[in-house]
Design a protein around this ligand. Structure first.
Ligand SMILES: [Cu+2]
Length: 291
């Protein structure tokens, strides 16, 4: 048995869409030599066995500590029915799922293209290093096939309702995310409104009130930001208003803005943080407190 250890590279290319190339003074990034899907690398373990005509519900959970992934199944589409465990107002079919660290996607796939396929990441290198699982139709044989996936155009608002929201929240938190590049051999540090945890300012809320959080990502990385103990409703994604999508983790792409509303309905100290472990460990956290 090999023991794989993560390796580090200063020039590791980010695989997630929405991330620009890192600046020359960028610090260390984490990378991986091997990947798994349900604890097995692609080519190991049992395939997912299906029959033509099946409608199969998949529960996807990105348990990576650091990676945002795009997932596809050649010739098939994912009908997204729920995000982070909450049914979406409008189920929609997409060819590629984007799943940030800690995000969950429930999607139904109509098995209408017989063959032996790879369900896996669209990143060729990561897929070759194990990130996928075989989907095998009954009475089909041969090596599992992959076809080049379409360019991902993941858009949360596909699953929301159009809205002309007029109700203003009781309070608002403007949160600006920035990177302090770590330079050669160092780690990047992260700030929320100019401060790194544990020096970040707590967000004070009152039980029963409704608040808006504005996530202003002023960095060149995508961030899967997560609020503990509460669900929030996406209200504006990259300038487009939406409603009805309840989540607890949302990927804010590089240099983009997402707004969410939530009700402070679960008194107690609450952590807000980026779910990219290397960002969280280097400052990207803040507390929300009930007054
Ligand atoms: Cu982050």
């Amino acid at each position: 048995m090999h023991q794989w250890e993560p390796y580090y590279s200063a020039s590791m290319e980010e695989s997630d869409e929405g991330s620009a190339p890192p600046p020359p003074n960028n610090g260390l990034e984490v990378g991986y030599r091997a990947f798994s899907f349900n604890d097995k690398a692609l080519g190991h373990g049992e395939p997912i066995r299906v029959r033509q005509g099946d409608r199969v519900l998949f529960h996807f959970l990105n348990s990576s500590a650091t990676e945002t992934v795009n997932v596809a199944l050649p010739l098939h589409q994912f009908e997204v029915v729920a995000l982070d465990g909450n049914p979406v107002p409008q189920s929609q079919k997409v060819k590629v799922l984007q799943v940030g660290a800690a995000e969950r996607v429930d999607a139904i796939v109509s098995m209408d293209s017989p063959g032996v396929w790879i369900l896996g990441t669209t990143d060729d290198d990561d897929r070759k290093h194990g990130f996928g699982v075989v989907v095998e139709y009954a009475n089909q044989k041969g090596a599992p096939q992959w076809t080049r996936a379409e360019k991902p155009n993941w858009d949360y608002t596909l699953f929301g309702q159009e809205t002309n929201r007029v109700v203003a929240p009781d309070g608002q938190f403007d949160l600006v995310f920035k990177k302090i590049p770590g330079g050669h051999g160092g780690f990047n540090r992260w700030t929320i409104n100019g401060k790194s945890y544990p020096h970040t300012d707590p967000m004070m809320v009152h039980a029963g009130k409704r608040y808006r959080m504005i996530f202003r990502n002023e960095s060149d990385d995508a961030h899967p930001v997560h609020l503990h103990r509460h669900s929030f409703e996406l209200t504006k994604v990259y300038g487009k208003a939406t409603s009805g999508i309840l989540k607890d983790t949302v990927v804010v792409n590089a240099n983009k803005i997402i707004e969410v509303d939530f009700t402070a309905d679960n008194p107690g100290n609450t952590l807000f943080h980026c779910h990219q472990q290397l960002h969280m460990d280097f400052g990207f956290m803040a507390l929300m407190k009930y007054a």
